[in-house]
Write a protein that binds this ligand. Structure first.
Ligand code: ZN
Length: 217
């Protein structure tokens, strides 16, 4: 049965880039803005080997995965176009995502420095090991704070976010050409290209200013 399945069924794996525009209210200045979120995903579709894959099935499958992503709150990062600051949760997420790499860098750094100054037996003692791990963690947290996004007012322009006026302009432009506004925004306004993925799927707009509701604008 297993062999027959292998002969007849083909699995197609597609590296997908999900795109979504999210409207939130800035917790610094309370003004609403919309920003773009991207997430890479892998989708697998099974089809009969001797038939061309059904595009609609594939799309449905990808959208199902995308919908799971679309419902996740607190994704991505962008500066508020009004007050030019990041939301606090964006800063926390940025630092947490950097922490494992920072920890590894600091661990190597601390081990290298201490190996010149301390006897190797110090590391094998419980206290020595605890100090080593504690010191590494503190330094890694410091490095993550330095490398991550910061809470102050930023000077650069962030084209990942738009205020209502710019968003309305984009939607009007896209209506005329029947293009997807989120894709136009990402590929044309931001000048991004597909790298490491085979396809992009737009998940459209979501309004997160409406409490406990995932609603299209
Ligand atoms: Zn703001």
């Amino acid at each position: 049965m297993g062999i027959l399945r292998k002969i007849l069924i083909k699995e197609t794996t597609i590296q997908t880039l999900f795109l979504q525009a999210r409207k939130i209210a800035c917790h610094h200045c309370s003004k609403p803005f919309t920003y773009i979120v991207t997430k890479k995903g892998k989708t697998t579709d099974t089809s009969l080997r001797f038939l061309a894959p059904d595009d609609n099935d594939l799309k449905k499958h990808m959208n199902k995965r995308g919908l799971r992503l679309a419902k996740k709150k607190k994704l991505g990062e962008a500066l508020c176009p009004h007050c030019k600051r990041y939301q606090n949760w964006m800063i926390t997420k940025s630092r947490l995502s950097l922490l494992p790499r920072c920890w590894l860098i600091m661990f190597i750094f601390v081990i290298t420095i201490l190996s010149f100054t301390l006897d190797s037996r110090t590391f094998s003692s419980f206290l020595g090991l605890a100090i080593l791990l504690g010191l590494t963690t503190v330094l890694a947290m410091g490095l993550a704070v330095l490398l991550g996004i910061t809470s102050g007012v930023q000077s650069e322009r962030d084209n990942r976010a738009k205020d209502s006026e710019r968003l309305a302009k984009l939607i009007t432009e896209c209506e005329a050409s029947q293009a997807d506004p989120v894709e136009v925004w990402y590929f044309h306004h931001m000048g991004m290209e597909l790298t490491e993925t085979d396809a992009s799927v737009s998940l459209g707009f979501v309004d997160l200013t409406v409490p406990d509701q995932v609603e299209s604008i």
